[in-house]
Ligand binder design. Structure first.
Ligand SMILES: NC(=O)c1ccc[n+]([C@@H]2O[C@H](COP(=O)([O-])OP(=O)(O)OC[C@H]3O[C@@H](n4cnc5c(N)ncnc54)[C@H](OP(=O)(O)O)[C@@H]3O)[C@@H](O)[C@H]2O)c1
Length: 309
């Protein structure tokens, strides 16, 4: 497993993160198997959110399963996210909601500290002073060690940074060979012939690199928002052809090549995988042994339906 030292953040963390969004349907034994398989493959980082399942069900399943794994709490990084409150039709970054969410997360995960807390999607009427006050309280109480965000554009991060005194060390963003908007826009800039030139995120990739914010690429195998994977999907023949060729050359699965494509990018990102199938977890982890050349990276990008402008 490739390990990373996050600037101002946790050290020696795995480049592949086990996402727990899909853990809601598992019993404790099956969840323990996923957690343990990931750990045995070198993953020491697990991602949660308050909105994964009703009443944080994924966190509850994980909290019940973790004691069955034999893994020590201090040997893993537990991350969760708060702020998405779909059940009451709003995104909420008020101090009250952040503090209450953190306590709920700790109770469900059965731990007394979170390594990382991220603000999930932007509460568009957030008050940065409130976020700062909540983070100060959580840090002082020893409940949260590192902070960050997800799905935020550069100026929202700047606004937060004006008030929040803790380093904001992660930004969790969608990135896959299908959903490569983070990479497309600067390539096609100023080109009226393609929607790839539309700036949808304020150049968040370059901003994060400039500010030493580690990007966590969520859903590295997904098509669209949640339309299933492109791996072995007949709608993506050229992509699967190139994935297949490189998979054969490297002796790994196509999924591993797609994840290796994310990890090959010089931004030194983490990739958050979502499978609950232990065999697929092993497949994914093989990505960190793959050596993609500069040319391989472009070959995959072009096979995904992009072209050189
Ligand atoms: N910040 C955010 O807004 C946000 C949003 C969404 C997700 N996330 C995080 O990202 C994590 C990952 O999301 P995700 O589950 O959408 O990511 P993903 O890993 O890109 O997609 C998982 C899908 O890929 C399939 N898959 C995995 N390995 C495969 C293989 N070897 N061959 C064929 N198919 C394979 C899985 O099928 P099988 O189940 O059959 O393996 C599953 O359907 C979540 O758990 C969550 O932690 C964050």
């Amino acid at each position: 497993m490739k390990m990373l030292n996050v600037v101002n953040g946790p050290q020696n963390v795995s480049a592949i993160v086990q996402g727990c969004m899909r853990m809601t349907d598992l019993d404790a034994q099956s969840a323990a198997k996923v957690i343990r398989t990931a750990y045995d493959e070198g993953i020491n980082f697990y991602d949660h959110a308050t909105c994964y399942g009703p009443d944080g069900l994924a966190e509850t399943v994980f909290g019940n399963a973790f004691p069955l794994t034999g893994i020590k709490r201090e040997d893993i990084i537990l991350q969760s996210k708060c702020g998405i409150c779909n059940f009451r039709g709003e995104f909420d970054w008020t101090k009250e909601n952040i503090l209450e969410s953190a306590d709920d997360i700790l109770r469900r995960l059965k731990t007394d500290y979170l390594d990382v807390l991220l603000l999930h999607r932007p509460d568009v009427i957030f008050e940065p002073e409130e976020v700062a006050a909540a983070f100060d309280e959580l840090e002082a109480a020893g409940k949260v060690r590192h902070f960050g965000m997800s799905n935020l554009v550069p100026l929202q991060i700047e606004l937060l940074k004006k008030y929040v005194k803790q380093p904001l060390v992660f930004n969790q963003l969608q990135l896959s060979l299908d959903q490569a908007q983070l990479i497309d826009q600067p390539l096609y800039m100023n080109n009226m012939d393609t929607d790839f030139s539309i700036n949808r995120d304020g150049n968040i990739m370059e901003y994060c690199r400039l500010k030493d914010i580690t990007i966590q690429a969520w859903s590295p195998l997904q098509v669209g928002f949640f339309k299933g994977t492109f791996v072995d999907n007949p709608d993506f023949p050229e992509l699967n052809r190139v994935l297949g060729e490189l998979a054969e050359r490297e002796g790994v699965s196509k999924a591993a090549i797609a994840i290796a494509w994310v990890l090959r990018h010089p931004a030194k990102m983490q990739a958050i995988i979502g499978t609950m199938n232990p065999e697929h977890v092993k497949d994914a982890c093989a990505a960190t042994n793959v050596k993609l050349s500069h040319h391989d990276w472009y070959a995959l990008y072009l096979a995904s339906g992009r072209y050189l402008p």
